[in-house]
Design a protein around this ligand. Structure first.
Ligand code: IMP
Ligand code: MG
Length: 174
C-alpha cells in the first residue's frame, strides 16, 4: 500500500484497534463513574480514535477539540503554537486529553502546561499509541491503547505528510 512516495504494510488490524479502544474505554468508564469528564481530543490525528472511544464510554462526556502545532526550532527546544487552545470551560472539570500518539511527549508537555493554568479539577492523558523508547516527558500517560517501538505508523487518523488518515488499519513503513 502506497502513501505518497512510501510503501506501507499492515501493522495493526481493525480488530486489534477495536480491542485496544475497548480496553481503554472500559478503564475510563470505571475510573470516571458518576462524573462527566471533558474529553479534549488533539486535532488532527486523534479524531478517528476519539470518535470510536467516545462511543464506547459508558459515562457521559463532553467534548472540546484542541489543536497545537509544533515547529522544529533552530535549537533543540522547538516551539508549539496554539491553533485551537483549551477553552476556559476546562476550569473545575475532570479533563482527559486524548492523543493519537505520544512520541517524545514534547507537544503534550506544552499542552499540559497551558491546560493547568486554566485550573481544571483533574487532568489525565489518554493516547492510543505510546512510544516509550523516545519519550522524554515528565507526565504520565494514564491510558495507553498500545505501546510500540520507534516505527513510523500511518492510518486510523495518523498521517504521513497529511495523507493516510482514513486508512482503517494502522500501517508501518516497509
Ligand atoms: P511528540 O511531541 O514527539 O510526542 O509528537 C507527537 C505528535 O507527532 C503526534 O501527535 C503525531 O502527530 C506525530 N507523530 C509521532 N509519531 C508518529 C508516527 O509514527 N506517525 C504519525 N505521526 C506521528
Ligand atoms: Mg498529533
Amino acid at each position: 500500500m502506497k502513501v505518497r512516495d512510501k510503501e506501507f504494510k499492515v501493522f495493526i488490524s481493525e480488530a486489534e484497534l477495536a480491542e485496544a479502544t475497548r480496553r481503554v474505554a472500559e478503564r475510563i468508564s470505571a475510573d470516571y463513574a458518576g462524573r462527566v469528564p471533558l474529553l479534549c481530543p488533539v486535532l488532527t490525528g486523534s479524531f478517528v480514535f476519539a470518535s470510536d472511544l467516545v462511543r464506547r464510554l459508558t459515562v457521559e462526556t463532553e467534548v472540546a477539540f484542541v489543536k497545537y502545532t509544533s515547529y522544529e526550532g533552530m535549537a533543540s527546544t522547538g516551539r508549539v503554537t496554539a491553533q485551537l487552545p483549551f477553552p476556559a470551560k476546562v476550569a473545575g472539570r475532570d479533563v482527559i486529553v486524548v492523543e493519537d500518539i505520544v512520541d517524545t511527549g514534547f507537544s503534550m508537555e506544552y499542552m499540559l502546561g497551558e491546560l493547568r493554568r486554566l485550573n481544571p479539577r483533574s487532568v489525565r492523558v489518554c493516547a492510543l499509541f505510546f512510544k516509550p523508547s523516545s519519550f522524554g516527558g515528565s507526565f504520565k500517560v494514564d491510558y495507553v491503547g498500545r505501546e510500540i517501538g520507534n516505527e513510523f505508523i500511518v492510518g486510523y487518523g495518523l498521517d504521513y505528510d497529511q495523507r493516510g488518515r482514513g486508512l482503517k488499519e494502522v500501517y508501518v513503513v516497509e
